[in-house]
Design a protein around this ligand. Sequence first.
Ligand SMILES: [Zn+2]
Length: 234
Amino acid sequence: MLEDVRALLILQDRDRRLMALAKDLERLPQDEARAKTKLAGDEAAVAKAKEAIVEAELRLKRLEIDTGTRNTTIQRLKTQQFETRKNEEYQALGHEITRYEKEIDDLETKELELMEELDQLRAKHADAQKALARTQGLVDEDLAMIAQRRERTEAERIEVSAEREKLLPGVSEDMLPLYQRLMRTKDGLAVVPMKDGKCEGCHMKVIASTIMKVHTAKEICQCENCGRILYDAD
Ligand SMILES: [Zn+2]
């Protein structure tokens, strides 16, 4: 193989590694975002459970107020009953008091039911919080792994960049512009093997004189079809 081509081939290897590493780094923010979306469902479940508790607590508060007003009314009726001298009025007040007491009974039954419901809602909320904490743990692990990957990839990129810099002086200055142009326009593949008379870049057969030139390896040969630099793989 021509020395100049060999140097380009090694340079290309480092350039391709750098391209792959850059692609890996570009993907990391998406991976992070995807990891975080795993929390959304559990967060919504916690919020919903909390909302149900607040709503039930409000209902309980209203029941307590209703009971309170009835108690006040009963006190007032009892005072009236104590002050009246008419037997009829005394009895009417007594009926009213009984009616309010019955209402308070019903309200207290509802309060007890609601308190049981609240216990269940609080347990549900606690379960949802536990599930969220578990998921958060998993997400944190994912994020830590992504952070490690970023560190490793960046370190490797610095290392390969340094290797590349060292290779540059060994590359023929005349060939560098052609190589760089091909890297840009030919999917990051400028130097390819010729195998069985075919260019491995575009997979087209090359003409006989090109095959000869590649075999003798005296000068730089390019594929007539795609322009990539060829070397003999056979
Ligand atoms: Zn080709």
